[in-house]
Design a protein around this ligand. Sequence first.
Ligand SMILES: O=C(CO)[C@H](O)[C@H](O)COP(=O)(O)O
Length: 238
Amino acid sequence: MSSNPIETGKKLAAYAAVDEHITADCKVIGIGSGSTVVYVVERILQKPELKHLIYIPTSFQSKLLIIEGGLTLGSIEQYPEIDVTIDGADEVDPQLNAIKGGGACQFQEKVVAEAAKKFVIVADYRKKSSNLGVEWVKGIPIEVVPMAYKLVMRSIDSKLSIKPIDSKLRMAINKAGPVVTDNGNFVIDAHFGAIDRPLDLLREIKLLTGVYEVGLFCGMAQMAYFGEGDGSVSTLSA
Ligand SMILES: O=C(CO)[C@H](O)[C@H](O)COP(=O)(O)O
């Protein structure tokens, strides 16, 4: 085990979720994105009985994890019904509402989560929260069509029932200009502070012209696994 409690937490959560939800009688598995999901694939690769399943990616990163692991890559067009999707999250509340999109993959992640009979979140202890917007203060990731980004920023400021504390276009590191998603779009991160009614906010933001997808996942997850700092795993169920 790593001596870093965060890495240990990610690994414990990922291993527990794979052990409890991915079995040889599953057919199609959705693979989320981010650093915790690396441990999901690591655990799958330790189990030869899971080799024959079809794996659906949620990003370029997770496609590479599947291919480099020698697993069978499928597409959501071929397999629109998924048995289990396991993915990370940036923040999860007690009702299992989540903020996702820290890695700008929220659109494909939402498609693959929604297509699954069971959507399971894996995360380290920092992601557990009493209220969305309290622990994850970088803002809700909102994927927007590039030519509309200024309009969406104006609309976020003026048309929602709650005003953002801060909202900005996500800029790339090691590249001049904005982050460009796997779908060729931009991301606006809008921080609203503690969000009391995430589903209402999700609906409002989705109605803004130019918005492609919102990194609020409400009522989607059946279960979440959190790797704790003391080496244990805690769970939340819907
Ligand atoms: O939503 C995501 C990417 O868009 C990730 O699942 C989320 O950012 C968590 O990542 P990590 O496991 O690295 O903490």
